[in-house]
Design a protein around this ligand. Structure first.
Ligand SMILES: [Fe+2]
Length: 186
């Protein structure tokens, strides 16, 4: 069972969520997903089954950093205001579904039954709704998935998407794996 203390230690950005209701929801969602997962420690949860050592927590933190850097650029360069707290929550929760979509297997991480029966992103959206997060946050979280045809309708969703793709494809490029950017090319 993932304690709140351990969660805040490995994902300290959860404490930076400014809206107290969203902050509690984010932590509770990570705890619920971690407890429903097959991983003994949340740091063992992988980001991708074909990328050994690529942790879900580390990817989540990188996406948050990347999205905030992009927010600085579009605000300064284009004068587009970005809601940082909304962006933070979208980044923190977009891939929490991977905790239950993947499970430990004999040959390493593999898709779980839930991961086979539901498209990537579904459970992140489900948790957002279950914990009463706003519709636009939930929509952006769901739209980040390459298996969902909706495109993000908020600037926060757009920035999360590109920060996510950049971090995921940097890891895949480094390991000579096919890039996820191919999903944007159809
Ligand atoms: Fe991601």
């Amino acid at each position: 069972m993932l304690t709140r203390e351990r969660l805040m230690e490995v994902l300290p950005e959860l404490a930076q969520v400014e809206n107290p209701q969203w902050r509690e929801a984010c932590a509770a969602i990570w705890q619920e997903a971690a407890d429903a997962s097959g991983w003994e420690d949340i740091l063992d949860a992988p980001n991708a089954p074909d990328l050994p050592g690529d942790s879900l927590v580390s990817h989540t933190r990188s996406v948050l950093k990347g999205a905030f850097a992009l927010a600085d650029i579009v605000e300064a360069g284009r004068g587009i205001p970005v809601d940082r707290d909304k962006l933070r929550v979208i980044c923190l929760l977009h891939d929490v579904c991977k905790a239950v979509e993947l499970e430990p297997g004999e040959q390493g991480p593999r898709k779980s039954r839930l991961g086979q029966n539901f498209p990537h992103g579904f459970f992140s959206g489900y948790y957002c709704m279950k914990y009463g997060l706003p519709e636009d946050i939930t929509a952006a979280v769901v739209a980040h998935s390459q298996f969902v045809k909706n495109t993000p309708s908020s600037i926060e969703g757009v920035l999360q998407f590109y920060a996510d793709l950049a971090d995921a494809d940097a890891g895949r490029w480094a390991h000579g794996l096919p890039l996820l950017i191919q999903y944007c090319k159809i």
